[in-house]
Design a protein around this ligand. Structure first.
Ligand SMILES: Cc1ncc(COP(=O)(O)O)c(C=O)c1O
Length: 389
């Protein structure tokens, strides 16, 4: 077959193979980024879908506008604007999950060889969305507070990137949050170099500690903001959104028409019913409570079974801990040779770096396993580690 060059150049999906083993009997998987399915508000959502069918079933089953269902767009803006009226209905488009937002942004901005910037490490799915448009992706050095402004400025003196992609809240994969000072420094530099920022925020509401920081979108005009209902309601709904200047939204809508015409109307209407008729805040409070407990069990199990062998961050939100194991050099090799034999899996750090560097880090998900399973999984990692010479 004569496939496009970007797809022919893709290597075998090692990660796909790993994730397949998650469904094998007895395997404990910390590899996926899944929310806990037992916490999905299944009955309430069923109710909402039923109401949509009863009240406006024909409309919901018909073709619809690329921009999405107006009442839902308006509701999202009301939350985001929180009292001010800086964004209007023209500044938002509903997407098929925020993953589609990433693809659409890539499609309207990236020509082959264009430079784009990402954090180091960053979300693998974003790299996948960007890579099909063949950009040159540069990693901006980052620490526990996010990207390092001085390093960003050094890059901007030499390069003219199409955009910088960041996940300021409870980042995937590291779980870290960008500090307030960093946010201010980042937008100051961005303004100086007229840099477009793509701000991806699927985890912002999964906050377990501290007050929220302002979104970059609130600090700087040139931001394309991506949000999603996947982590606070259910990823199966595939309802996400992009907020940006009207001019950008119009280009995204044109690209979206060519991709899927519009996102699932039933799901958009059911989400709108949910957020207006059910108690979304109570639901989020429930998620926060459950995930905080799971995070704490993950941290205490690492402390108890692995101790000094591991350096682990304490995420204040989100779904992941990021672990660095001093005893090993390569977490991918450790996974293949030792951890899988003990029937526990995670995502090796290498996958989150554009340069595919050897890494002794790993991303561990704590949201979709019960506290008992978390403890058992960490015990298995410890067992595997004890066998490494
Ligand atoms: C940082 C980040 N962005 C986007 C997505 C995609 O989410 P959605 O389900 O909204 O497409 C994910 C999913 O895990 C993610 O971690």
């Amino acid at each position: 077959m004569r496939y496009a060059s970007w797809i022919s150049e893709l290597k075998e999906s090692f990660l796909g193979e790993i994730l397949k083993t998650a469904s094998y009997e007895d395997v404990i998987s910390f590899a996926g980024g899944l929310p806990a399915q037992e916490l999905f508000p299944k009955d309430d959502l069923k109710d909402c879908f039923n109401q949509v069918f009863e009240e406006d079933g024909f409309m919901a089953l018909q073709y619809a506008e690329a921009l999405g269902y107006d009442p839902l767009r308006a509701w999202i803006l009301e939350q985001i604007n929180a009292g001010s009226k800086t964004k209007t209905l023209e500044d938002i488009i509903i997407t098929t999950g925020s993953q589609q937002g990433l693809s659409l942004v890539a499609q309207i901005f990236i020509d082959p060889s264009d430079v784009i910037l990402v954090e180091s490490p960053t979300y693998l799915g974003a790299l996948q969305a960007f890579q099909s448009y063949k950009p040159t992706i540069l990693m901006v050095p980052s620490d526990q507070d996010g990207i390092i402004p001085e390093d960003l400025e050094e890059i901007l003196k030499k390069q003219n990137p199409k955009f910088l992609y960041v996940i300021p809240n409870y980042q995937n994969p590291t779980g870290r949050i960008m500090s307030l000072q960093r946010r201010k420094d980042l937008v100051e530099i961005a303004a100086k170099y007229n840099l477009v920022i793509v701000e991806d925020n699927p985890y912002g509401l999964l906050r377990y500690e501290d007050e929220a920081y302002p979104n970059l979108m609130d600090l700087y005009d040139n931001v394309i903001y991506l949000g999603s209902f996947s982590k606070i309601l259910s990823p199966g709904l595939r309802v996400g959104y992009v907020i940006a200047k009207k001019e950008i939204i119009n280009q995204l809508a044109r690209a979206k028409e060519g991709m899927d015409l519009f996102s699932n109307s039933l799901a958009q209407r059911a989400v709108f019913k949910y957020v207006t008729c059910k108690s979304i805040n109570e639901h989020i409070a429930k998620l926060r409570k459950a995930y905080t407990a799971r995070r704490d069990v993950m941290l205490s199990s690492f402390e108890k079974y692995i101790g000094d062998w591991a350096k682990i961050n304490r995420p204040k939100g989100g779904l992941f801990v990021w672990v660095k194991i001093e005893k090993i050099k390569d977490s991918k090799e450790f996974l293949e040779q030792w951890a899988q034999k003990e029937k526990v899996i995670f995502v090796p750090g290498t996958f989150f770096y554009v340069d595919g560097r050897i890494s002794n880090e790993m991303r561990i998900n704590f949201s979709c396993s019960s506290p008992e399973v978390i403890e058992e999984g960490v015990k298995r990692i410890a067992q595997a580690l004890s066998k490494v010479k």
